[in-house]
Design a protein around this ligand. Sequence first.
Ligand code: F0G
Length: 460
Amino acid sequence: MELPFAESFKIKMIETIKKTTKKERQKWIKKVNYNLFNLRSEHVFIDLLTDSGTGAMSDKQWSEMMLGDESYAGASSYYKMKSAIKDLLGFEYFLPTHQGRAAENVLFSVLIKEGDIIPGNSHFDTTKGHIEFRKATAVDCTADAGFDPNLIADFKGNLDLNKLEHTYKNNPIEKIPFVVVTITCNSGGGQPVSMQNLKDVYQLSKKYGVKVICDSARFAENAYFIKIREDGYKNKSIKEIVKEMFSYADAVTMSSKKDAIVNMGGFIAMRDHELWKKASVYNIMFEGFITYGGMSGRDMNALTQGLYEATEFEYLETRIKQVDFLAQKLIKYGIPIIKPTGGHAVFVDALKFLPNVPQSQYTAQLLGVELYIEGGVRGVEVGTLLADRDPITHKNRYPKMELLRLAIPRRTYTNNHIKYVAVALKNIYDRRTHIKNGFKIIYEAPIMRHFTVKLEKIDK
Ligand code: F0G
């Protein structure tokens, strides 16, 4: 008999989580105006809100914590991180930041001016936020395949080269400082970008003199998909693939809370010394001195070790197979999800799941609230609330897909937890035709409203 798949780690320390009752959950979620971000975490049984900063560190990462050098300037932890970034990603220069959006803030302060245009593949919300905050425009050049939840394709995060070239040709090129390639593409369902596409985007952009910046939060997961799906990479190591991926980028922003498996941290890395010099000024202003940038020495050590672990095939296989395990359960129950599953999360198609709730009533948010009430499981809306209003017309932007994301923290939950989540969703699916009324907004912030929005149930 063929031996079944098993995780490439065992557990050394545990954290207790508590079950709650449906009645309690109904009360708590109403009290926070149906905003899942505002729940207390102890009221959540299984937390799939995000895979960001929620992973479990390894014994080696914890031991690195003890070796952190907390010197204000020139800490050995900084040099450790610098050499890992050179070794694994191939970038000569880097700046530590406290998380991914801080890296965006620093780098975009150098590169973006009012009126600029920043093409990309379904920019992540903080990326878009930092672009729009500077009165620039994010242009989505994702290939059409990325918008079709039923299409099985290997690299649905790819950019459409025609859309990208059209953007380059039809705008003053000096208004396009860079294109941002998000790997994997979070907003598009955690879908990977192929090596070929990375190469093509880079070559096209070089032709027009446009920089390529990779938003690299889940770069290692992207490399895993290249290895198992793209011709010519089967026999390459993840580390070799990662090196090649970044040879097609001028700079990266990184949220280390994902593929460096730490609870907090980030960085910018680049080839150009001039860019590094300019970014250093903002780093000192916003983050901290250039050799710590908002991180303590111990965190830089754990991050460095995390980068090496996240680029091990066995680790990635364990992780991505768990995400797929949830997907297969949901598919078995007939629940509509985006296929194929991305690297870090399963995305449920809320408009198909709840056919009686219009998008204008925030269908995916409603599904998230139902899942919380059903089983104490917390997911996150990736739909109309997240899409925010158009900065000019102030009208709701209705995205092509209205999704509930179930993000799986790294090395945190067992497959029994995953089975529990699947059954909780199935129970809702079985009674879906009775679910009719969604929400209306009673408070929203002018930008990134989903974090603080307050909602009220619509009573027909
Ligand atoms: N880029 C991508 C692709 C992301 O997914 C995130 C964060 C960021 C940038 C910003 O990084 O949180 O460290 O400031 N994504 C989290 C998520 C929040 O839940 O998907 P950050």
